[in-house]
Design a protein around this ligand. Structure first.
Ligand code: GTP
Ligand code: MG
Length: 227
């Protein structure tokens, strides 16, 4: 089995992917993204496998530590082609495969929902220690909530997936948050992305207040739970 080095791995692999295509479909990484092409489909399969790999590792953690009830549930998704392209346009990136692979970190997204905040940090440490997960970046919006009121812990990681006898490292975004944080984030997301909806000043003020209240309620619930 050929082991490819971590850095720039997907790049190498995509070029290999290109070689697998017939001459007419040969992929040049600087090419414009064509979401209807076979290459795009194959690329998305990398991300699907990355999600599977992360889910496997989460399942292992869940089994090993099941008596601690660290995780309530896990959700995952591949970003839709439409929102991938929208995000790239929004960030003024040229719509190339290279930019997608190198600059969009959340094509593969996994969300881990925990009962309480302390569980979030336990999961974070367990993922950091996991030999199959290479952490690239962590953003702690629990310690430092966003202006919107949003709280969560984000990890950008790389995981090895095996494709046609090669090990490739693929990026994924893991969001870890509590049930209360998830309740808030899902609701806020719905409000923000409702068609033709502009969040009013009143709504955003209320949302910030609710985030703070939920945080307090969670802290009270933790005390009840651990007493
Ligand atoms: P991008 O992935 O380019 O946005 O990078 P970034 O560094 O801005 O990422 P960030 O950590 O801000 O957010 C990544 C993801 O977190 C988003 O795609 C959302 O899923 C989630 N998120 C961030 N901010 C908010 C927020 O205010 N409300 C909600 N509901 N979700 C948020
Ligand atoms: Mg963002």
């Amino acid at each position: 089995m050929q082991i490819i080095k971590r850095k720039g791995v997907i790049k190498t692999e995509i070029n290999q992917l290109g070689r697998l295509e017939d001459q007419n479909h040969k992929l040049n990484i600087s090419n414009k993204i064509n979401v209807k092409s076979d290459v795009f489909g194959k690329l998305m399969n990398f991300y699907a496998l990355a999600i599977k790999k992360v889910e496997e590792e989460i399942n292992n953690i869940n089994q090993e530590y099941h008596e601690y009830h660290l995780i309530d549930h896990v959700k995952s998704r591949i970003k839709s082609p439409k929102s991938m392209l929208q995000k790239m346009e929004h960030k003024n990136y040229e719509l190339t495969y290279q930019n997608l692979i190198e600059r969009i970190n959340d094509v593969a997204g996994i969300r881990i929902i925990c009962p309480f905040k302390n569980n979030v940090y336990v999961i974070k440490s367990l993922l950091e220690q996991n030999s199959q997960i290479h952490v690239l970046n962590i953003k702690d919006y629990i310690a430092h909530p966003k202006k919107s009121g949003y709280t969560s812990l984000h990890m950008i990681v790389e995981v090895p997936v095996t494709i046609e006898n090669n090990i490739v490292f693929v990026k994924a975004e893991i969001q870890i948050r509590t049930i209360a944080m998830d309740f808030w984030a899902e609701l806020e997301h719905d409000i923000r992305y409702k068609p033709q909806n502009k969040v009013t000043k009143y709504q955003s003020k209320e949302l910030i207040k609710c985030a703070k209240m939920l945080n307090k309620i969670e802290d009270r619930m933790v005390k009840i739970y651990y007493n």
